[in-house]
Design a protein around this ligand. Structure first.
Ligand code: IPE
Ligand code: IPE
Ligand code: MG
Length: 241
C-alpha cells in the first residue's frame, strides 16, 4: 500500500480493543488475549516509527477498567510491568521515546517504577513519541485541568479571560503533543469510551472489526490509506481549501 509521506497524521491514537473476545474465540482465558495484544503493540509501534508518524497514543487501561474482576486487573498490571522491562531495549534500538498519560499515581508502585525508568531511559529519543494511556480517563483529565486553572484564578495568578484553548491544551496530560489527526478503534465497537475527549475534536475516526490481537502492520496501512483519502475541512467549504 502506497502512502503519501506528506499526508501522514502527525498524531495517531488507537483504542486497542477486542483482546478478550479474541481469547474467547480461541477457547482461552482473557489474559491470553492481552498477552497476544502486547505483541501487537510491539509490531505496531515499530511500524508507526518506520512509517514516520511522530506521535502515537495507545489506550492501554482506562479509569473504568479498574472495575474489571480483580484477577484480570492484577494480570494486566503484571503484564504491563513485564512488557515495560522488556520493551526498553527495543525502543532504544528504534529511537522511540516512551511517555505515559493518565492518573499514574493510582498504578501499583512496581508498574510506576518500571514506567518512569523506561521514560527516563528513552527521553532523548527522537523518532516517535509513544504515549501509553494508563489509568486514563478523558473526563478525569478535563476535571484535573479545570481544578488546576480554578486554583490559579483563586490565587490571583490568572484571570478568567486569560483562559484560552491554548492554555487549556497546555494544562492537559498531552501538553506538548499536537491534536489527534486519526483515531483508530479495533473490534467493531463504535464509541470513544472516555478517550482523549479534548484532543479528538477534529480527528478523523476509523473503526475496524478486526480484534486488536489480529491488527497488523498491513491493517494499519489500510487505515492510513483511508485517512489520506479524506477531505479535512475544519468547518470550511470544499472550495476554500
Ligand atoms: C482491550 O481488550 C484491552 C483492555 C481494555 C485492557 P478488552 O479486554 O476490552 O477485550 P474485549 O473488548 O473484552 O474483547
Ligand atoms: C476501552 O476499551 C479501553 C481500552 C482499550 C484500554 P473497553 O473495552 O474498556 O471499552 P468499553 O467498556 O467496551 O467501552
Ligand atoms: Mg473491550
Amino acid at each position: 500500500m502506497n502512502l503519501d509521506k506528506e499526508m501522514l497524521p502527525k498524531h495517531l491514537a488507537i483504542i486497542m480493543d477486542g483482546n478478550g473476545r479474541w481469547a474467547k474465540q480461541q477457547g482461552m482465558p482473557r489474559i491470553f488475549g492481552h498477552e497476544k495484544g502486547a505483541k501487537t503493540v510491539r509490531e505496531i509501534i515499530q511500524e508507526v516509527s518506520e512509517i514516520g508518524i511522530p506521535y502515537l497514543t495507545l489506550y492501554a487501561f482506562s479509569t473504568e477498567n479498574w472495575k474489571r474482576p480483580k484477577l484480570e486487573v492484577e494480570a494486566l498490571m503484571h503484564l504491563l510491568s513485564r512488557y515495560l522491562k522488556k520493551e526498553v531495549a527495543i525502543m532504544q534500538e528504534n529511537n522511540i521515546r516512551l511517555n505515559a498519560i493518565g492518573d499514574l499515581e493510582t498504578l501499583p508502585s512496581k508498574v510506576r517504577k518500571e514506567l518512569y525508568k523506561a521514560m527516563e531511559q528513552t527521553q532523548n529519543n527522537t523518532s516517535t513519541t509513544v504515549s501509553l494511556a494508563l489509568a486514563y480517563g478523558g473526563q478525569q483529565e478535563l476535571l484535573q485541568m479545570t481544578q488546576q486553572l480554578a486554583q490559579r484564578v483563586q490565587q490571583g495568578l490568572l484571570t478568567p479571560q486569560q483562559i484560552t484553548p491554548e492554555l487549556i491544551q497546555q494544562t492537559l496530560y498531552t501538553q506538548n503533543i499536537p491534536p489527534v489527526d486519526l483515531l483508530i478503534r479495533t473490534s467493531g465497537e463504535c464509541r470513544i469510551s472516555n478517550f482523549l475527549l479534548w484532543q479528538i475534536a477534529y480527528a478523523e475516526l476509523y473503526f475496524t472489526d478486526i480484534l486488536w490481537p489480529d491488527f497488523s502492520p498491513e491493517e494499519l496501512r489500510k487505515a492510513l490509506a483511508n485517512y489520506q483519502n479524506r477531505e479535512r475541512r475544519f468547518g470550511k467549504t470544499s472550495e476554500q481549501l
